[in-house]
Design a protein around this ligand. Structure first.
Ligand code: BGC
Length: 577
């Protein structure tokens, strides 16, 4: 499909310093009026995305799916779920986004299909040993087939094996509805390359690769025991399930597909790997970019942020790519709530690595435990959380690299922590009595403060309710309310993205992609200060105002403005004089 390329997307490797907005399609905007967000809903909000000033959108899966895992259980990789639209509507959406200069990144889910995928239906109907079973990971059960082959557990709880009914069992690292593919099978590899071409031919600019570190597995016996299997990959690639070296062969062949296009397509890896191995996913010979989740784990402490930034920039230099910044996403408790939780006294260190870099997983994990637990819920200071989230947003937008922003975070939306159990959709919900899963950050967006704006009891989301219930307080966060408020989080976000674009362009003349400079500036305790040329970013992590370095104030995250200093829990952007 030939198209005129918007100058913004024609820049070589525009995605290296892009602001990408993540759309969770079922919860963004509902044009069909059935309570479920859809593709025409995205098209209907191109005005909003244009006003946000983002360079691209990443769409979480919109493919046919029974929604056993929010769409990450794909029935057909080359179609649109009829409840969400059609391929023709997808093309219309791409055209509308492109003419607004907004790139399109789609989610690819290569670790597993759904159990309704034609391949899996065929595999289950086939006999043990049949070629159709070789596309998945079937193994004989133990004890004559009546028990799973081993004791491995799925990430969503329960056994990682489900019986096929004939003595064999299939592996699923996630839900039973998500059978893992066998990437040693050339047919699987060829088919996914065809899927890359299918969407690239339709004008898609990039791919977000789900569970990018999981594709290649070592299922040779003897199996490792469950208690030997860390949840997190090992620094030496020796884990039987995660981040094995062979995964790179797959991405090198994908690179050959990407490079057949002009401009070349790119991909971003969702790879929970040891930080020392992330560079391999982001290399120009493989996917080009990898998510760096460290900032979404960081606590509100200058030391945490300092370390996250240093590590990310060092890794980026190693990979030859730019780094990525994320504060939230569809898998994590909302950032505005996380930063309102009490600080963790001593973050957990899961492993110390050969090169001495700690591998931590702290506030994110605790936020899930704390915020979503029943009964023992700690106090969440919503005002403080929102304030800190605004300050953190200005940090990530000032740093070199690509920033991913999850829908609703530009509104400062808090987590909906009290969804009743009967409405929960996430397969993670109910793994333990306290686990509520990820639905609290997936509640449909409030577009209007009027619950019945479209006659649909959905704050302007659609004409017929919302597939997850929106609390009354969503009215205060609605797009129309915030658009009219010069101090709102949305207004701050729009200003920040626009300013960032002009500062980068100014710094580098014709090619904003080339703007790179970054250096720390010594600061008083509790303050982080860095600059990129004349552009300075100063964050005060403390609860009292601190003096402000010299320069013209360009933007301040605090709703009350900068005043004479840098207000408590705030970031100020300055132009040095
Ligand atoms: C996605 C999740 C999904 C899982 C399995 C992830 O990393 O972001 O939402 O549940 O992959 O596909």
């Amino acid at each position: 499909m030939s198209r005129v390329i918007h100058p913004r997307l024609a820049r070589p490797q525009w995605w290296r310093d892009a602001v990408v907005y993540q759309i969770y399609p079922r919860s963004f905007a509902d044009a069909h009026g059935d309570g479920l967000g859809d593709i025409p809903g995205v098209t209907s909000r191109v005005w909003y995305l244009r006003e946000l000033g983002v360079d691209a959108v990443w769409l979480s899966p919109f493919y046919p799916s029974q929604l056993a895992d929010g769409g990450y259980d794909v029935d057909d990789y080359r179609d649109v779920d009829p409840r969400l639209g059609s391929l023709a509507e997808f093309d219309e959406m791409v055209a509308a986004l492109h003419s607004a200069g907004i790139g399109v990144i789609v989610d690819l889910v290569p670790n597993h299909t759904s159990n309704r995928h034609a391949w899996f239906v065929e595999a289950l109907a086939a006999s043990p040993g049949a070629a159709a079973r070789e596309r998945y990971l079937f193994r004989d059960g133990a004890n004559g087939g009546i028990e799973p082959p081993n004791e491995w557990e799925s990430l969503f709880g329960g056994s990682a094996w489900t019986p096929a009914g004939d003595g064999q069992w299939y592996l699923h690292l996630f839900a039973p509805e998500q059978p893992d593919l066998n990437w040693d099978n050339p047919e699987v590899r060829i088919d996914f390359e065809n899927t890359l071409r299918f969407w690239s031919d339709r004008g898609v600019d990039g791919f977000r690769v789900d569970v990018a570190h999981g594709l290649v597995k070592d299922l040779e016996e003897p199996w490792e025991r469950q208690d030997e299997l860390e949840l997190w990959p090992r620094p030496d690639g020796s884990h039987p399930l995660w981040d094995r070296d062979g995964v790179m062969d797959i991405y090198r062949s994908w690179r050959r597909v990407f490079d057949c296009y002009d401009p070349p397509r790119f991909a971003v890896a969702e790879a929970s790997v040891h930080p020392s191995r992330r560079a391999r996913y982001a290399s120009p010979e493989t996917l080009g970019q990898a998510f760096n989740f460290a900032m979404s784990d960081a606590d509100w402490r200058p030391g945490d942020f300092h370390e996250v930034v240093d590590t990310a920039l060092r890794d980026a230099a190693e990979s030859g790519s730019s780094t990525t910044w994320l504060l939230g996403g569809h898998d994590s408790p909302r950032v505005a709530s996380r930063f309102g939780l009490p600080l963790i006294p001593s973050p957990r260190v899961y492993a110390d690595t050969a090169d001495g870099r700690p591998f931590r997983h702290d506030s994110q994990w605790l936020a899930r435990q704390w915020l979503l637990s029943d009964g023992r819920r700690p106090h969440v200071d919503h005002e403080l959380g929102r304030r800190r989230a605004r300050a953190a947003t200005l940090i990530e937008l000032a740093l070199p690299g690509c920033t991913y922003v999850y829908q609703g975070d530009e509104l400062g939306l808090p987590e909906v922590a009290d969804l009743p159990p009967e409405v929960l959709q996430d397969p993670m919900a109910g793994r333990s009595a306290r686990e509520k899963g990820r639905d609290g950050c997936r509640v449909p967006l409030p577009w209007s403060a009027d619950r019945n704006a479209l006659g649909g009891n959905s704050f302007g989301f659609g004409r017929d309710g919302a597939h997850l219930p929106q609390p009354d307080w969503f009215a205060d966060f609605a797009v129309d309310v915030q658009s009219a408020d010069p101090t709102s989080t949305l207004t701050m976000f729009r200003r920040a993205v626009a300013l960032r674009a002009s500062l980068l362009a100014e710094a580098s003349g014709e090619s904003p992609a080339a703007a790179g400079g970054f250096a720390w500036v010594p600061a008083v305790e509790g303050v982080l200060h860095f600059h990129r040329g004349l552009w300075h970013c100063v964050t005060n992590f403390t609860d009292g105002a601190v003096p402000r370095p010299a320069g013209e104030v360009l933007l301040c995250s605090a709703p009350e403005g900068a005043g004479d200093g840098v207000p408590a829990n705030s970031t100020v952007w300055l132009r040095a004089s």
